[in-house]
Design a binder for this molecule. Structure first.
Ligand SMILES: Nc1nc2c(ncn2[C@@H]2O[C@H](COP(=O)(O)OP(=O)(O)OP(=O)(O)O)[C@@H](O)[C@H]2O)c(=O)[nH]1
Length: 308
């Protein structure tokens, strides 16, 4: 059934000839069938035209900054396989058109069966930040469930002298909308790990969600299901406040705080990275690695959720 609906979507959206890399055989496998080899998560990237949605998705899936981009017409698909705790997951990124004339017939398709949403603004254009409200309204208007994770991305941080949207303003907005904030640059190669972490954060979150489903089904079956620590989903309290996502995302929050120069302290952990200069002064690469190692370490630590 899932395959069928995606094939229909594929027919509709492949009208965008430029860069369309969609294959109808792709399996949108959110099903619980254990025979399915690779699960695919659909992530849409939304925001004003010219904020850098294409470049961000290109950076994540292709590992580079495109020499030249044109306005997206309809949608472009890009895919990347990632491995999280031994499971291969395909992240299918829908790079949507920012210009109204290129998107109006497509909007329904963007939001159908979406697993996560990335809202992008340009840190050098206040208007693109102010327009986020409209994008969020559009998303809500398409009945995207509040459980679908959303993140906010401020792009073009390499243009330091032109920044119009202060980090604090963006952070307040993100908090008010229960979103994580990432400020980054698709252009700056030093920021590439940060771009990856946006998508990896969502992939971790989605993986955790699906694992929760497995566990619930087992419980309904009458079998008392133990769950591996890293498969735990959010507690009720965490669900009530998406900022306190499943534990897999705690490191990302930590990473973000560190990038923003706030001393990062995880519950139950000593701060390992000292207060850092403001993120716009580039993090030295060894710190990136240090953060990534911490990220992996936390993912592997035992779960303290009661009853787990
Ligand atoms: N300096 C800088 N320029 C960027 C960055 N990301 C994108 N750009 C430039 O911004 C322009 C628009 O980038 P796109 O990725 O095509 O923007 P988009 O949001 O996909 O635009 P639409 O397809 O019209 O919705 C291009 O000229 C890019 O080179 C960045 O991080 N830094």
């Amino acid at each position: 059934m899932a395959n069928e609906s995606l094939e229909n979507e594929g027919d509709a959206v492949s009208r965008n000839s430029r860069n369309a890399r969609f294959t109808s055989s792709v399996d949108l496998s959110t099903s619980l069938d254990s025979s399915v080899q690779t699960r695919i998560f659909k992530i849409i990237v939304i925001g004003d035209s010219n904020v850098g949605k294409t470049c961000l998705t290109f950076r994540f899936t292709g590992g580079s900054f495109p020499d030249k981009t044109e306005a997206t017409i309809g949608v472009d698909f890009r895919e990347k396989a990632v491995e999280i705790e031994g499971e291969k997951i395909k992240v299918q990124v829908w790079d949507t058109a920012g210009q109204e004339r290129f998107r109006k017939s497509m909007v329904e398709h963007y939001y159908r069966n979406v697993h996560a949403v990335i809202f992008v603004y340009d840190v050098t254009k206040m208007a693109s930040f102010q327009n986020l409200k409209t994008w969020i309204q559009e998303c809500n208007g398409h009945r995207v469930s509040s459980t679908v994770p959303r993140v906010l991305v401020g792009n073009k941080c390499d243009l330091v002298s032109q920044i119009q949207v202060p980090s604090n303003t963006a952070l307040k907005f993100a908090d008010a909308h229960n979103m994580l904030l990432f400020e980054t640059s698709a252009k700056d190669p030093m920021e590439s790990q940060n771009v990856d972490s946006i998508f990896m954060c969502l992939a971790c979150r989605l993986k955790a969600q699906k694992s929760l489903l497995y566990r619930d089904v087992e419980r309904e079956d009458g079998r008392l299901a133990g769950c591996r620590p890293t498969e735990c989903g959010p507690t009720e309290a965490q669900q009530a406040n998406p900022l306190h996502w499943a534990r897999a995302e705690i490191p990302i929050l930590y990473l973000l705080r560190v990038q923003q120069g706030v001393p990062g302290v995880l519950p139950g952990h000593q701060p390992v990275i000292p207060r850092h200069p403001h993120r716009r002064r580039k993090l030295p690469s060894h710190n990136h690695q240090q953060i990534s190692r911490k990220f992996l370490f936390i993912l592997q630590t035992p779960c303290h959720r009661p009853g787990c």
